[in-house]
Design a protein around this ligand. Structure first.
Ligand SMILES: NC(=O)C1=CN([C@@H]2O[C@H](COP(=O)(O)OP(=O)(O)OC[C@H]3O[C@@H](n4cnc5c(N)ncnc54)[C@H](OP(=O)(O)O)[C@@H]3O)[C@@H](O)[C@H]2O)C=CC1
Ligand SMILES: O=C(O)C1=N[C@H](C(=O)O)C[C@H](O)C1
Length: 250
């Protein structure tokens, strides 16, 4: 059973903890939040501890509470605090942080020299399938007009990392992204292809944040099959598809 630690216990982290703690493939050992908090059993999940990063001796924590993998739903700079500890110990990292800078991403790639790292601004199977479909249509019909729409809960500060990845994949400028902030929307992404006589819309909705938990579980299982390196979610998706095709081949 894979021992895991989760960073971040906010909107997404809470849902991800619920999913991973009830998955028999994993043993949730601890959850870490940012603000100072003495280690206490997680309510309803007594086998796991909730602890605060502030004021914590992180090296001692990892020594006393070893894990095989860390799942990050906290914030971009957190990786600079724990990255070297994961490299030294060869602990896998599944990072779902959506707003990494190029510098963060370069650091994550360097971590891949010593351990297995997966970073994805959207860790749902659905979005990564939509990305593959959108990329195919863009290559078939480069003449079509294309726009990206993303909708999230009212307090989300930045343009979604998913929308930016979609725009980058389709060779669009970021000004082709329309962002709406409404109520409690978990995550809506839409790619609209405008042809002269027809319109194609590729749409994905994250209905509940548990979708990110099932995506994290998929990523953990697939990343465990990889060698050291830096991977995207679609790298793992393609690995899974190849693995299935080989098995079908007998
Ligand atoms: N890839 C994907 O599919 C998804 C990505 N995300 C991303 O996950 C991140 C979190 O989103 P959300 O849950 O809405 O944010 P919240 O603000 O609700 O939660 C952030 C959590 O991270 C904790 N935290 C902050 N800094 C640290 C740190 N250095 N170490 C450990 N924990 C820390 C906070 O603790 P405290 O409250 O104590 O400060 C809080 O528990 C965002 O980047 C978001 O874009 C979200 C959903 C899906
Ligand atoms: O902040 C969120 O919640 C989400 N962020 C990700 C993003 O910025 O793309 C993914 C998902 O849509 C939810």
């Amino acid at each position: 059973m894979m021992k895991i630690g989760v960073l971040g216990y906010g909107r997404a982290g809470k849902a991800v903890v619920n999913v991973l703690s009830s998955d028999p493939r994993f043993e949730l050992r601890w959850v870490m939040r940012g603000r100072a908090a003495t280690a206490t059993p997680l309510e309803g999940l007594e086998q796991a501890l909730l602890v605060g990063l502030e004021g914590l001796d992180l090296e001692q924590w990892f020594d006393q509470h070893p894990v095989d993998a860390v799942v990050d739903f906290s914030q971009a700079d957190a990786v600079y605090r724990y990255g070297e500890l994961l490299r030294e110990r060869g602990i896998m990292l599944v990072s779902a942080i959506s707003a990494y800078s190029p510098e963060h991403l370069e650091y994550l790639r360097q971590m891949g020299q010593d351990t297995r790292v997966m970073s994805s601004p959207n860790i749902t199977l659905g979005i990564n399938f939509l990305l593959l479909a959108a990329k195919m249509l863009r290559e078939i019909a480069p003449f079509a007009d294309v726009e990206v729409i993303e909708q999230h809960f009212r307090d989300k500060p930045e343009v979604s990392g998913t929308a930016r990845k979609i725009a980058e994949t389709l060779h669009l400028e970021d000004d082709r992204i329309t962002s709406l902030r409404l109520g409690g929307i978990v995550g809506h992404h839409e790619v609209v292809f405008g042809f002269p006589h027809q319109t194609v819309r590729l749409v994905h909705d994250s209905i509940r944040r548990e979708a990110f938990g099932t995506g994290a579980a998929f990523a953990l299982e697939e990343l465990a099959r990889c060698d050291k390196g830096f991977y995207s979610f679609d790298d793992l998706l393609m690995q899974k598809i190849r693995h299935q095709l080989l098995n079908m081949g007998g």
